[in-house]
Ligand binder design. Sequence first.
Ligand SMILES: [Zn+2]
Length: 331
Amino acid sequence: MPAPQFHLTFGESVAHHPDIEPAVRRAVASEPVYTHLGAIFHDLPYYGNMIAEAIRYGLERPALDAPWAYRMHCIRPDRFVAHFIRAARTTPGLTREEGLALVGGILSHCALDLTLHPLVNYCARRDTALYGGHETYHHRIVEKYHALFFHLERFGEDVIGRRDFSLKTRVVKRGSLVRADAEPQIVAFMHDVYRGAYGNAPTAGQWTAWVRSFRHFGLMVGNEIAARNSRKVRQNELFRQRFYVGDGFDFHDFYAHSERRLAELVNLGYRYFEAADFSPPAEAEFCRFAHIDNLADPDGLGLPHLPALPTELVRPRRRRPFQKPPFSRAA
Ligand SMILES: [Zn+2]
């Protein structure tokens, strides 16, 4: 999961991508709420309990398990997306524009995960080897800095700390900060997607609670305290070298692939949506062309090479005491 702010921005970028089918670009521009929903759909289960998550992050503990997020990222993620597109086209009550915005959003999530996770995983695994601690903790740190430096370069300012960012975390049209609720057609859509891909689905109550929690996250980072933190951490040039443009890797080389993959996937999804043939052979063909192998740990084929990970994976304090070889003389 690149940071949520990155996923939301990347979803919006569909509207400006010169190689993307104009119908999808227009839909994404005119339906921002559903574009954002599509862009964060895979990661919503991580927002099950915002307060517990924030405390764990503060204590450098591993992230909470989120079984639905694991499924969407790792268990036939291609088929999951195929069902998402089918349901976006066929759910009664969704307009064509809304459906296409959802499709643009979800495929932007896939494109970003597939092309940036190899770099994120490299940095997180390197730091776990060098400094100890949990990989999921380092993973979130890396993603936070990718999002920060990317937004600074692209837009001159971070999105964290801005009030309009917290509005973007509103990903359904009904429901509020206190009420876990959503418009019935989007709940029906969600059920259809999950059941089509996995045979069962989160309950409406569970899913709308994630959606509401995501808004709480928006409030937590859309304020002056978060803005001050963002201004402080960006001063440190070491973080830039450690995560963004460092020894043997450059974020920009990976991001170029994110944009290329975005156009490929969105145009493929658009054709699948338009053809409206959701038979098993058509689904299999979509999956073959999409090549969405594993969103959490993609194969990285065609991406830039990364340096080898440090080989010393045993943390020094866990290492057994050094034993002198027999018969050697003490120095
Ligand atoms: Zn993800």
